[in-house]
Design a protein around this ligand. Structure first.
Ligand SMILES: Cc1ncc(COP(=O)(O)O)c(C=O)c1O
Length: 381
């Protein structure tokens, strides 16, 4: 199989990820932080080590400001709902995933308003429009780092500066970029970063992360056992315990740790370069497919390795089905949990076929995919 659905979940993972999960399950499967025996301590050490490695990746000084969650969705809900109150205003963009849009829209019923700044037809955010959307009660700006539909990158440095000038919190949804693009919290102004663990960070599903800048305290969505201050009937205030009630997904976190260590060893810049090159190659080759429509930027330095296409007016689901059934190529069609992004690109009706490339894809796989697309296109002219 040729796997080109890495924007949904990266696959395969580095071998060390599988090994770490199995090692945890078999050799130290105790409950971390809930007892003082050696196995529980070993599990707790793995969790701390994971925070340290994630902190290294984002240049975060204090690993205790890295919260381990179950998904990007979990992180985004905690951050968005935890930092606003009635009367506040949130700004976001029209290329966000539903994991950003839905929590924000749900807050309307509690008197928290929002503005969704429209991006251009290639998914680029005009920061002048963002500035115009700021109101006296704007509390939070949330933008993705890159669209999961067209890969378009947001200038997070500039948005961070705008937020800082107006004393507004800024959160990045780095689900599509964490582990591939460098984000240094000491160089850009960002208050929170949410990301999935199972995409560029190479961990298994059921993992996610949230960085919260020192000094920010969020309202929690869930309370419960933390293994700490057990005599207290109220949730502890200390991070990360405050945000991590319930037994951790230790095997998943061990896998995530192995994934992050792998990225640190490979070098994030090398990973980005490889994906960028593959994307550039595929964009060039796609031009040879009859009747092809490519959406979003054509410059691989302005986007992640995600390429949305259609073949004429063919149903995007049918193209994906044919690629899977007849050519063993995995892609994703439809709306990709981002209806506003599709509205922005003009593909809400037809949807599109999304090719999302990963570190382990090869030029040969791209060549086979282009041949398959040529055949499908010619058969449906
Ligand atoms: C940009 C973006 N944000 C959020 C998410 C949600 O991630 P998860 O499914 O891990 O909650 C995704 C997943 O596709 C995404 O691409």
């Amino acid at each position: 199989m040729i796997y080109l659905d890495n924007a949904a979940t990266t696959y395969p993972k580095p071998e060390v990820v599988y090994e770490s999960i199995m090692d945890c399950m078999k050799n130290y499967g105790a409950n971390p932080g809930r007892a003082g025996h050696r196995l529980a301590m070993r599990a707790a050490r793995e969790i701390y080590d994971t925070r340290e490695n994630i902190a290294k990746l984002f240049n975060v000084d204090n690993p205790m400001n890295i919260i381990l969650t179950t998904s990007a969705t979990d992180s985004l809900n905690l951050a968005i709902k935890g930092c606003v109150q009635k009367g506040d205003h949130i700004i976001t963009t029209s290329i966000e995933h539903n994991s950003v849009i839905r929590p924000i829209k749900s807050l309307e019923k509690y008197g928290i308003e929002n503005t969704i700044v429209r991006c251009d037809k290639e998914g680029f955010l005009n920061t002048e429009d963002l500035k115009k959307a700021i109101k006296p009660n704007t509390k939070l700006i949330v933008t993705t780092h890159a669209s999961n539909v067209c890969g378009t990158l947001v200038d997070i440095e500039e948005v961070g500066n705008i937020a800082k000038e107006s004393n507004i919190l800024y959160m990045i949804d780095a689900s599509q970029t964490a582990g591939v693009y460098n984000i240094d919290v000491n160089k850009i102004n960002v208050d929170m970063i949410a990301a999935a663990g199972h995409k560029g960070l190479m961990g298994p599903q059921g993992t996610g992360i949230l960085y919260i800048r020192e000094g920010i305290s969020l309202e929690v969505l869930k309370e419960g056992g933390t293994g700490s201050r057990s005599e207290d009937l109220f949730q502890p205030e200390l991070s990360p315990d405050k945000y991590e009630s319930g037994t951790h997904n230790t095997p998943g976190i061990a896998g995530l740790n192995a994934g992050v260590k792998f990225i640190l060893e490979q070098g994030i810049e090398n990973i980005k370069k490889k994906e960028e090159k593959l994307c550039e190659y595929m964009l060039k080759e796609l031009d040879k497919v009859p009747n092809i429509i490519i959406y979003g930027p054509k410059d691989s330095t302005k986007k992640t390795a995600v390429i949305p296409i259609n073949i004429g007016d063919m149903d995007s689901g049918e193209v994906t089905y044919l690629l899977d059934e007849e050519y063993d190529i995995a892609t994703r069609s439809g709306i990709h949990c981002s209806p506003l992004a599709h509205q922005t690109l003009g593909t809400l009706e037809q949807g599109c076929v999304r090719f999302s490339l990963g570190l382990f894809n090869t030029k040969e796989e791209i060549d086979k995919t282009i041949e398959a697309l040529k055949e499908i296109s010619l058969q449906n002219l």
